[in-house]
Design a protein around this ligand. Structure first.
Ligand SMILES: [Zn+2]
Length: 510
């Protein structure tokens, strides 16, 4: 009986894994060459910075990509598989010459045949949404490679997507909209086929893309609703969707000095002009999250809706924020980002301390200090839940945070490594990192590993002053004992608090 049950389970799992091709991340074709673009990079056991380092690679080392998950590429090194960060790599030239098209089946049980002929034998089948690499294309038949099988599928039951080997999983910043390519497509609550249906969208409709997760796209629907659709049923584009023009907004007011106005409705496009706090710009049109505005020097440009307020604002002296006094944080907005959460536990110590719990506790303590000093504090998570990294960054943008602090605990293969580190990515984040590291250094007895540049998504994609602190190593037996104590957390929170006060006080002097 027991045995029969387990066999039934195995069959069930096989069926489910066949029926749900969508759980796979973007396939990188086996011959996709990847080359290391930095002096030295870590190979980790999983697709994230929290996974242990299992090997390292040097600049110029080339490997083949096996699969991809978000920003991470699975590779084989020394006979083992591991993961490297895609932003530290480039694709080698041979790969660029390789085929860069995929065929996506529009139907279930599409026959893959041995010859381009209906009478030839069926080698395997593809289900709707499954993708194969395109080898060639002639007379109504497309030669594909599907899960290691080479064969032919009828052109009328597939759609062809162009992909670039250099970056098969587009970064969300590159994708602005999706055009629906099938008659009716379900919109789901979560990026998962089993998730509840929210509604449906129709062929030819274009929606702004908010987020990407594997093969799923989060789209903006009407009335502030959002939902997820499977990306292969549409065409992703970096062109912004023309949403209904928002006639209610005639003018926008700029909130910060030096705000960029761009030539296109995208943060990656050229800067057309810079505007300052209080500048009022006439609105010509709205494109997704962007306003097309008239510039005072003539010409037009695009300004992101999250850096302006709608309408003309009278900026009189009375309405301005009261001047902050030294030693306080009045009027400042600080986003605290407790690392990991939910399914993502972060690193686990030798004594089984979970990083995600420590980061939340530390952030809560720090939040109390900051609020007591007058700051408005926003937490990217307040419980043990998983929050997408890009959503964490968005919190910093929508609140125009004066500081964003991501709190983590460290881990490495070498269990003798110890100390705390403060990471920044962009130059405009370095000063905050220096102040926070100083603050920590005055309160903690751990080794000070200093301020370092670290290519973390929450820093890289953050336009605000953002810092990621690693408060000691859980992989170090004695350090794990220290950092998991309530007393340590209190000292760390105090150190970060004092660092922030000093950072903002220094700005008052400028
Ligand atoms: Zn972490």
């Amino acid at each position: 009986m027991k045995r029969r049950t387990s066999i039934a389970y195995i069959i069930l799992i096989l069926l489910v894994s066949q029926a749900l091709p969508f759980s796979n991340d973007y396939a990188v074709s086996a011959n996709t060459g990847i080359e290391v673009a930095e002096a030295s990079i870590n190979v980790r056991s999983g697709p994230g910075l929290s996974y242990p380092v299992i090997a390292s690679m040097k600049e110029g080392d080339a490997v083949n990509g096996l699969s991809r998950s978000g920003d991470w590429i699975e590779i084989e090194v020394n006979g083992e598989t591991g993961w490297i960060a895609s932003w530290l790599t480039k694709s080698s030239e041979t790969a660029e010459a390789a085929a860069a098209k995929t065929a996506v089946s529009s139907v279930n049980r599409l026959n893959v045949r041995s010859q381009p002929d209906l009478s030839s034998s069926v080698l395997t089948q593809m289900n709707a949404g499954e993708q194969a690499n395109v080898i060639s294309d002639a007379n109504g038949w497309v030669e594909v490679e599907f899960r290691g099988v080479r064969g032919f599928v009828s052109e009328q039951y597939i759609s062809i997507n162009n992909i670039t080997n250099a970056n098969p999983a587009p970064a969300s910043s590159d994708v602005a909209s999706i055009e629906i390519a099938v008659d009716v497509l379900n919109v789901r609550k979560k990026a998962d086929l089993s998730s509840a249906k929210q509604g449906s969208v129709k062929k030819g409709e274009i929606y702004p893309v908010l987020e990407l997760a594997g093969n799923w796209v989060k789209i903006q629907l009407e009335n502030d609703k959002t939902g997820w659709v499977y990306s292969f049923y549409g065409h992703l584009s970096n062109q912004t969707a023309e949403t209904k023009s928002d006639t209610s907004v005639k003018t926008v007011t700029v909130q910060t000095n030096g705000t960029n106005v761009r030539s296109q409705a995208s943060t990656s496009s050229e800067v057309a002009a810079r505007v300052n706090a209080g500048d009022q710009l006439p609105v010509l049109a709205k494109q997704g999250d962007w306003y097309q505005v008239q510039l005072s020097g003539g010409g037009t440009g695009f300004i992101a809706s999250w850096v302006v307020t709608d309408g003309a604002q009278e900026t009189s002296a009375e309405e301005e924020k009261p001047a902050r006094k030294k030693g306080t944080l009045n009027g400042l907005t600080i986003v605290l980002d407790p690392g990991h959460g939910g399914n993502d536990g972060g690193t686990v110590g030798v004594r089984k301390t979970e990083e995600k719990g420590l980061t939340l506790k530390t952030a809560e303590l720090l939040s109390n200090h900051l609020q007591a000093a007058g700051a408005e504090v926003l937490m990217t998570r307040q419980s043990d839940v998983y929050v997408d990294l890009r959503k964490r960054v968005a919190e910093a943008h929508t609140s125009a945070a004066d500081a964003f602090i991501s709190i983590h605990y460290d881990s490495t293969m070498d269990n003798s490594v110890s100390g705390f580190t403060s990471y920044y990515m962009h130059d405009y984040q370095k000063e905050l990192a220096a102040y926070l590291n100083d603050g920590l250094g005055k309160k903690l007895t751990l080794r000070d590993r200093g301020v370092q540049r670290g290519n973390y998504l929450v820093l890289r994609e953050n336009r605000q002053a953002a810092v990621l602190v690693e408060l000691g190593f859980l992989s170090n037996y004695s350090e794990e004992r220290i950092v998991s104590s309530a007393q340590f957390r209190e000292q760390a929170a105090l150190g970060l608090y004092q660092g922030l006060i000093n950072y903002f006080d220094a700005q008052l002097e400028n």
